[in-house]
Design a protein around this ligand. Sequence first.
Ligand code: BGC
Length: 347
Amino acid sequence: MTPRNILVVLSLALSLAIGFALSRKPGGRGAEGRGPGMARPRLGLSLDTLKEERWQRDRDRFVQRATELGADVLVQSANSDDTRQVQDIEALISRGVDALVIVPHNGEAMAKAVAAARQAGIPVISYDRLITGADVDVYLSFDNVRVGELQAEYLVGKLGGRGRIIRIYGSPTDNNARLFKKGQDKVLAPLIQSGAIRVVHEDWAQDWKPENAKKIVNAALTAQGPDVQGILASNDGTAGGAIQAITEEGLAGKVLVTGQDAELAACQRIMRGVQTMTIYKPLHQLADRAAEVAVALARRQVVVARDTVNNGFKEVPSVLENVIAVDKDNMMETVVKDGFHPAAQLK
Ligand code: BGC
C-alpha cells in the first residue's frame, strides 16, 4: 500500500471500489486538523475550457453529485491557457481543497501543478484527459482508443472500404487526441497500405477549435479539389468547422463526416443529414464516478481500481468507460433514451 491510499488489484471484478479510511499524510485542510471524517470536504475542479457543450455538462453533473455527497466544489476554467491553468490549480491549493480534479489543457504542462498538489498532500484525479509524467492518484476517462476505432470503422464501412478522405486530428497538446488517432490508425493502416483509402490531407486542429478545422478542410479542398468522400473529424466541434467548409463548396450532405461527444448541434446535424455520426460518451457516469472518488480521496478513503494506464511516471489506477457510435438510426435508443437530449430538440 502506498501512502497515497491507492490499491490496484488487477483481478478485481469491480472496476472501482472505495474502501476503509487509512492513515495518510494530512493534506489540504487536513493539515489544519481536518482530514478523515471531515464534515464537508472541499473539492477543486480545474477545467481546460468551458467553451464546448460537453465540459459544461461535466461540470454541472460533477458539482451536483459532489453536493449530494456532502462536498463543496470550487470550479476554475483556464480558457485553453496553460499558465492560467497552473495558476488556477495553485489558487485552489491555497484555498485548502481536500482533493483536486483536473481536465488538463496540456497533459504534459500540468505535471507541474500536480507536483505542487502532491507537495501539499492533496490527491489528484486526472479527468477525461491523462496528465503525463506526474504522480496522479487516479485517471478516469473513456476508452479513447476505442473512440478512434469506432469513428474509422464507421467511416470505412459507409464508404464500402474505399475512398478519398481528409483527417482532422484534435489538439496536439491533448493526450486524448493522440489516442483517438491511434484507434483510427489501427483501422485505416491496412486500407491506406493497400491504396483502398487515400488520405488526401491531414492536420491537427490546435485547441480543438472549429475554425482551425474549417481551415484544414478549406486547405484540403483548395489543394485537392472536391473529390473527397469522407472527413474523419475527431470530435463534434471540429466536425462543425469541417461542415462549414464543405457547405461553402456545396458539398454538405454529400461528404461523410464523423464526430464525437453527441453535442446537441451535432445530433441535430446528424438528423438533418449533414453530419454522419458521433460518439456518445455517457458523461454522467464519468462525472458521478469522479465526484465519488474525489469525495472518497478527500475523506482519505482507499480507492481500488481494476485497470492501470501508464502515464510515463507510473501505472495510474484507472477506469475507462465504454462509448457508443451513434447515427440517425440509433439516435433514439441511445442519446434520447438516456435523457442526454430530448427527442423534441432533435426534430
Ligand atoms: C475529449 C473530447 C472533446 C475534446 C475537445 C477531448 O479530450 O475527450 O470529448 O471533444 O477533448 O474538448
